[in-house]
Design a protein around this ligand. Structure first.
Ligand SMILES: *[C@@H]1O[C@H](CO)[C@@H](O)[C@H](O)[C@H]1NC(C)=O
Length: 112
């Protein structure tokens, strides 16, 4: 039992450290950056929810590095907080971000 807890704890630590996909967002892991998208939680899980201004502001900041934005939207943190990648990927569009990279490949998803 203790052993199992250790293994689980270690895997969680690795995830927090961003061992997978490290680098997309520079020093911070995508999972850390995902904390900034807390205002987007509803918009990322419900395609019909209106996107809050504070969410759009964060998306705009993160979106200056599209690779990072993709990594954040597809991160385990985003997923475990209920974000649906298919829906999350539509947020830049729903924010009417003028300079968003339409057609950019976010993993297996394409930015609308
Ligand atoms: C969003 O609205 C559409 C059209 O009204 C509906 O078909 C769909 O089920 C809704 N999605 C959610 C997550 O509520």
């Amino acid at each position: 039992m203790n052993y199992l807890l250790c293994v689980v704890g270690f895997v969680v630590l690795l995830a927090i450290a961003g061992a997978d996909g490290a680098g997309e967002c520079g020093r911070n892991s995508p999972d850390m950056e995902a904390m900034k998208l807390i205002p987007c939680a509803e918009a990322a899980s419900d395609e019909n929810a209106s996107v809050s201004r504070s969410c759009c502001l964060q998306i705009k900041k993160l979106g200056q590095n599209t690779k990072c934005l993709c990594a954040v939207m597809l991160s385990n943190t985003a997923k475990s907080s209920g974000a649906n990648p298919v829906v999350a990927i539509t947020i830049p569009k729903r924010c009417n971000l003028a300079n968003r990279p339409v057609g950019y490949k976010c993993g297996s998803y394409t930015l609308p």
